[in-house]
Structure formats: C-alpha cells, structure tokens
Write a protein of this length. Structure first.
Length: 511
C-alpha cells in the first residue's frame, strides 16, 4: 500500500495565517501571486504553499493554483504535495519577486527521486517510508515536508543556497508482535540537489528499548518519538518523527539518530517527559506506564505574597512525568484555621491558582483527584497530596517539602504482583525545582518517613516498616492471597518540620 503524509513545517494551519509585519505589508503596493503546482503528468493538484516576505516578515500559507493578493516584494516559497494519483509525492522551494500579477511554478515533472535507505537494511516484513523537508535558511519559517513509500518521493531541484533539503527513512514492522522500528536521517545543506541516493549507516543511531505497561492506562496507545539529531537544525526536525500504535502492554525497540528525543504515549491520557539526550551506539531502557501514577509535580512557591501551586499533577507517570491526565477533584489552602482558597475542578478545568497569602506562617495545601471513564480494573484511579509547610510570604522561594514517588518492584507487564507474594516498594523522595532562576530553592533534608498500605480501598490502613539502605528507602508489602488491589500512603517529615502525605489508591494489582 502506498502512503503519503504531508506536513506544513512544524505547525498545522487550516487557513491563511498572518503574522508579524502584516500591518506594514497591507500598506504596501498590492500585487498578486499564483503558484502553479503540477504533478508528474503536468496536471494541477492541490497544495499548500508557505509564503514568507523577506523584508516585512509577513508569513502565510496560500493554496496552489489560485491567485492570491500579496504586496509587491521578495518572497521565499516552500511546498509539498501529492500527485493526482496519490502515489507520488513532491517537495520544493524557491524564491520569487512579486511585481503586479506574478505566476511561478512547482513542476513535478522536474522532480528528482529521493532514495534513502538504511545500511544494512532491517530485512523483509517492514514498511519502508521516505521523508523529505525543504526549508529556506536564515531562520525563515518557509518550510514544508512530506513522506511517502520508498520510490515515490521526489524533490524539485534548486541550486540556491538559500534553501536546504532534509531527508529521512523509516522502517516499521508490519506485524504488531515482532520487529524493531528504525529511523535514520540526513540533510543537504546548500540547495535542493538534483536527486538523492543515500545509504545511511546504523553507527549513528541510538536504541531505546521500551516496555510499555498497562494498568494505569490500557487499550491501544499511540507512541510518538520526536527528535533533534546531533548536528541537525530545525529543518531536520520534521524528518525525525516516528509514530505508531500498539496495544498495551507492549515491548519494542526503536533505533533513531543520536541526539535529543521526546517520547510520549497517548491512550486514555497523554504522558510525556520532554527532551533527553541519547548517545550513538548506546541502548537505553524506558519503562512507560509503570506503577504508580501518583503526585509528582513541582512544589509550590511564593511570589510577592502569592502562593503558586506549581505543577501539581496528581497522576504523573514515574518516567513520563508530564502530560495531560483527565481527572476531577478538589484543592484547598488553609492557614490558621481559615480557608484561603477552595476549588473543585473537572477534566476540562485548567487549574493554575495563585491566591494571595496574608503573611509568613504555616499553611496546609490539600488536593484530591479521581480519574474517571477508565476501563474496569484500571490502576491509579484516585490520589491525594497534603502539604503542611512554612511559607515566607515576603520572599520569592519554593517551599520545603518532599513528595513520595512509589515504585513497586518485580511487577509484570500489567503491573501485577503474584497473589500471596511480597512486593518491595521503593519510596522516592521527590523535590523538583521550578526551572526559574528567580525562585530560590531552599536546602532541606528528610527527618522521617512513615508508610502504610491498604488492600480494601482505604477502609483499613496497615503500617509498613520503612527500611533505609544505601540511601534507598523501601517497604515490603504482603500481597493478599485472594488477589485484588493495593493502595499506598507515605508521610514525610523534613528537618524543618514540614510534612507531606502522598496517597494513591489502586496503586498496583495482585493476581
């Protein structure tokens, strides 16, 4: 099956977009531009064309084969489009000067093949795709990309050094049960060449071995890998994107160019963890969807007599700590027996409060949350976090405290422990900064940690002994013989008297 995917740079635009410089351009002398986009048979085909005025900075997308009013001036153009049979695909870029009624053409008949492969190739049983992006240089937003089955992609040559061509290739296994994923890329930095025939070696790739569990999330998930290869630039970003679906739980390996990569997973919820650097020739293991999804954001901070709650995600994945988790719940801030802020939120609510606090003293911030609409048997369904802390209202600084991140060891791919066994749970002391240099992070230390577990959804909590060895705190939980669910709770007291209590219901399963 032949497949073609078109992308407008790194943004998706459904209609003309007018950015900075539009008011200046509107006062200039008007002309018009018609960009003819022709396939390999010479027939006009639909296309979007990125149009950038190099003097005013006016940037927009226009439709091919249609006359568009534009101010007179110099423009950089980039386009990508599919042929009339939806088999061939094309990219191209060139500059044009608009003066009155102006016409220019991207002619697919002049396109030259973009052949990119991996050496050695993965073998049979793979869908082999090729991608290309044409970009104007000098930080111009005029860039377009497209991907197609191997043998069906063409670039329209241009010798101007104001443009460059990035290209890549992917191999995806046809079977969901076996096979690795491969992506390799390169670029031609001066002009758009008259054809590409590139064999990219495996030596520059890094390997991510992914174990995607079920429990907190389930069903079919979309996995996305977005990269910034070492030595690459913005033009190469669109040729370093890999996406596919797998049913949870799933295990697979992804081989991609060394550099910075953002890994994400989306099913009922969307989780990600930003960019991390991976070296060539190295293998990194990523455990996604591991129990426990629990409170994991940054601690609150004071800012000119206001308390900013920070990133208080109650259902953060231990590895992919960012993302949008659909939850409902409540949050409350109290001081000296008085409620300063109280709010009930839903999945559609954006929670970013920063109430004014009356002065320095002891405060309590409590948040509870519940994930609804999940399949039966889902884990990490409810969680809460209570922070009791001293805040200095007149200083811009983060509060002291620790959030417990639970990590049960030796669970299977569905985050299950064996009935009647004992599960060791790591208690991670999380204390993330704000990434804002103007917010001071105070020194702190852990004074004591207490922990409990429940096997009846919180009706009864049993104390668990916290052991400290080699800087690592753990508890041993006796799993019920009859199976079920285990909830976890921990209270941490720091050396300054601040306390935090972290609770997660249905943290892991017993089967």
């Amino acid at each position: 099956m032949r497949r073609i995917t078109v992308a407008a740079g790194v943004v998706t635009v459904l209609g003309p977009l007018l950015l900075a410089g539009a008011s200046t351009a509107s006062a200039a002398t008007k002309g018009s531009l018609t960009v003819r986009t022709l396939d390999r048979s010479g027939k006009p085909v639909y296309a979007q064309v990125a149009v950038y005025n190099t003097k005013t900075g006016d940037f927009r997308f226009i439709q091919g084969n249609k006359k568009t009013s534009l101010p007179n001036g110099g423009y950089e153009l980039a386009t990508s489009f599919a042929g009339g049979d939806d088999e061939d695909a094309f990219v191209g870029g060139h500059s044009v000067r608009v003066s009155g009624a102006t016409t220019t053409t991207f002619d697919g008949r002049k396109g030259r093949a973009v052949n990119v492969s991996l050496s050695p190739a993965p073998g049979s049983g793979y869908d082999h795709m090729v991608s290309a992006a044409v970009c104007a240089t000098d930080d111009s937003p005029a860039e377009m990309s497209i991907s197609a089955s191997a043998g069906d992609l063409y670039a329209i040559p241009n010798t101007s050094t104001a443009y460059q061509l990035a290209y890549g290739t992917t191999y995806q296994p046809r079977s969901a049960d076996s096979g690795d994923f491969w992506l390799a890329s390169g670029r031609h930095s001066r002009g758009v060449p008259s054809g590409v025939s590139a064999k990219l070696t495996r030596s520059g790739l890094t390997t991510l071995k992914v174990s995607a569990r079920s429990g907190p999330d389930s069903g079919q998930a979309q996995f996305s890998f977005d990269g910034e290869p070492t030595g690459g630039d913005s033009c190469s970003w669109s040729t370093n994107i890999l996406g596919f679906q797998r049913d949870l739980p799933a295990s697979f390996a992804v081989h991609v160019p060394a550099g910075r990569w953002d890994v994400s997973q989306q099913s009922h919820d969307y989780i990600y963890n930003g960019f991390h650097t991976y070296a060539a020739g190295k293998t990194t293991s990523l455990s996604l969807g591991h129990a426990v999804w629990g409170p994991g954001g940054r601690l609150p901070y004071t800012w000119y007599h206001q308390l900013y709650f920070g990133d208080d995600n109650l259902f953060a994945d231990p590895k992919l700590t960012g993302g949008g988790v659909l939850a409902s719940g409540s949050v409350k801030l109290t001081h000296a027996g008085r409620t300063l802020y109280s709010h009930t939120y839903s999945p559609s609510t954006q929670l970013d409060p920063h109430p004014r606090i009356p002065g320095s003293g002891w405060y309590t911030l409590t948040e509870t949350g519940h994930r609804g609409g999940l399949p039966s048997g889902s884990l990490s369904t409810s969680a809460s976090l209570s922070l009791h802390f001293y805040a200095d209202a007149g200083k811009n600084q983060q509060i002291r405290n620790y959030i417990t991140r639970f990590w049960p060891e030796a669970l299977n791919g569905r985050n299950q422990a064996a009935a009647g066994s004992t599960t060791v749970v790591d208690l991670g002391m999380q204390r993330l900064g704000t990434d804002d240099g103007t917010i001071r992070q105070l020194s702190d230390g852990v004074k004591s940690v207490r922990a409990w577990y429940t096997t009846d959804n919180g009706a009864h909590w049993k104390a668990a002994t916290v052991k400290l060895s080699g800087g690592k705190r753990t508890i041993a939980v006796p799993d019920p013989v009859a199976g079920g669910r285990v909830g976890l709770r921990s209270t941490v007291t720091d050396t300054h008297g601040d306390t935090s209590t972290t609770t997660v219901y249905n943290a892991y399963a017993v089967n």
